[in-house]
Design a protein around this ligand. Structure first.
Ligand SMILES: *Cc1c(COP(=O)(O)O)cnc(C)c1O
Length: 483
């Protein structure tokens, strides 16, 4: 495809500006003046539209097809939340208004959105307070690890490491390390959950906390949660719940009731705010009463009169972690979604997410290996090891899916499953869509038996076929797309 600069011809233009009706400013400091014109392509309006529409079609998105990306809920997001986020009263509010004009009515509604969302998240998770400031799941984890550290510092403890099972999300150990802790990885047992004996061996007074992705990346919920929480608390450490994909248990169980001290949620997964390509997102963090004094500033607090204000007076706080109280528009969309669905709707979300995942697992069991085949929640992990014996690896199956209009699942993770394909259908897919996915997966399994060589040609339909992935990352050349 042509680059927009290759379409450029001097004189063509896509905008018309009104005639200048003020005198030209001539007194600018020469240091600020351009010495040559800005390098912009000269193209007409239809050319710009067609160029970017073509580009957008080269990418795959959840609005263009099924996207069963395990561990990262990629569901269809209703467009009405976009409409709400676009309301002028919210969209045109200056991000510093609440700080510069405290007590003024203009931003009360926005503060109420944040305060209302935080209190609804408390109810959903059973925690005592939330901060909606973190701007991604991993950012929430880092904030959570900083809260763990602040708690131990406050009590005069020096603790060294955080325990994380090998079935946790990859960001868990990264966040613990960035937060200044060593990571002790606990292996999984044959059921696919953290090995309890190994956990007990590693837990001692040097442990600051335990981070559990729940359900874990195999889609399995740890049946020993109560015991793990009790043991951890006895050892003086804190329990962290990675609730990025709360659509697995929402309305059925509350991490606060289970004994967790800290939780983060990904609003951009569980609560219908679109994500991908790096953001924007929101990873609010919930805590128990004991940890409230350490939450980041400012806090959005409800005054006795019922209105919401910003509170900066928190001497034990871990401090500022985000500009402008987080990604406000994302918080707004999630709040609208929660209010739209209500209690029954949110429960139905989890039931459908879990039903869809179990349906796919049982339909595909005959054709692919499933090394951890216990009851799954919102996702499960297939293995292409049977196909790999014929020379067809999980990567080849992923390329075959692309040709059939389906986004590949998460590949080669978790590391404890060979040739892993982690499938999460989400709650928003119909049975027809799931059946089509099953049909394609069976077709690919049969092709792997009959004609494994065929896979080397896949994908045939994608603008980029099989890049050398290492080279693509190390020597990025975007112009190579133009063939
Ligand atoms: C997506 C995800 C994260 C990280 O969230 P980001 O917003 O991508 O930083 C952490 N844990 C789990 C279980 C996830 O699915």
């Amino acid at each position: 495809m042509e680059l927009i600069f290759e379409m450029s011809k001097p004189g063509k233009t896509g905008v018309t500006l009104p005639a200048k009706d003020v005198p030209a400013e001539t007194k600018l400091d020469p240091g600020y003046m351009r010495d040559k014109a800005a390098e912009l392509p000269c193209v007409s309006e239809p050319e710009v539209i067609r160029h970017f529409t073509k580009l957008s079609k080269m990418n795959f998105g959840v609005d263009s097809g099924f996207y069963p990306l395990g561990s990262c809920t990629m569901k269809y997001n209703p467009k009405f939340t976009e409409k709400i986020a676009g309301f002028d009263r919210f969209a045109s509010l200056h991000p510093l208004y609440a700080q510069l004009a405290p007590g003024e009515a203009l931003c009360r509604g926005a503060l109420e959105v944040i305060g209302g969302l935080e209190s609804i998240l408390c109810e959903i998770t059973g925690m005592d307070a939330f901060t909606s400031q973190p701007m991604a799941g991993a950012h929430g984890e880092l904030a959570g690890v900083m809260l763990i550290a602040a708690h131990h510092r406050h009590h005069g403890n020096r603790r060294k490491y955080i325990l994380i099972p090998d079935s946790g999300h990859g960001t868990n150990p990264a966040s613990a390390a960035v937060g200044g802790y060593e990571v002790k990885t606990i292996r999984s047992d044959t059921e696919g959950v953290m090995d309890l004996a190994e956990f007990k061996r590693c837990l001692n007074e040097d442990a600051a906390g335990v981070m559990l992705t729940c359900p874990n990346t195999l889609g399995i919920f740890n049946p020993h949660i109560k015991e793990i929480c009790d043991l951890t608390h006895e050892a003086g450490a804190l329990m962290y719940y990675d609730g990025a994909n709360l659509n697995a248990i929402m309305g059925k169980a509350r991490p606060g009731d289970l004994g967790f001290d800290i939780i983060h949620l990904n609003l951009h997964k569980t609560f219908a705010t679109p994500h991908g390509g790096g953001g924007p997102g929101a990873g609010p963090v919930g805590v128990t009463k004991e940890l409230i004094p350490f939450l980041p500033i400012p806090r959005v607090v409800k005054e006795p009169g019922g209105s919401f204000e910003l509170d900066f007076d928190q001497p034990l706080s871990i401090g500022y972690i985000s500009p402008f109280y987080g990604n406000f528009a994302v918080l707004l969309k999630a709040y609208a979604y929660i209010l739209l669905l209500g209690r029954e709707g949110l429960i139905e979300v989890s039931e459908n997410a879990v039903l869809n995942s179990n349906y796919l697992k049982s339909r595909l069991r005959e054709y692919y290996d499933i090394p951890y085949d216990g009851a799954c929640l919102h996702e499960f992990v297939l293995s292409a090891s049977r196909q790999a014996e014929k020379g067809v690896r999980a990567l080849d199956i992923a390329k075959g899916l692309i040709d059939r209009g389906i986004h590949p699942p998460t590949m080669y993770f978790p590391l404890i499953v060979k040739e892993a394909m982690m499938v999460e259908p989400t709650e928003t897919e119909s049975k027809d869509t799931l059946d089509r996915f099953v049909k394609v997966m069976i077709e690919l399994a049969e092709l792997a038996e009959k004609d494994p060589g065929a896979f080397k040609e896949f994908p045939k339909t994608a603008p980029v076929r099989r890049p050398d992935e290492v080279k693509a990352a190390r020597e990025m050349d975007v112009a190579c797309l133009s063939n």
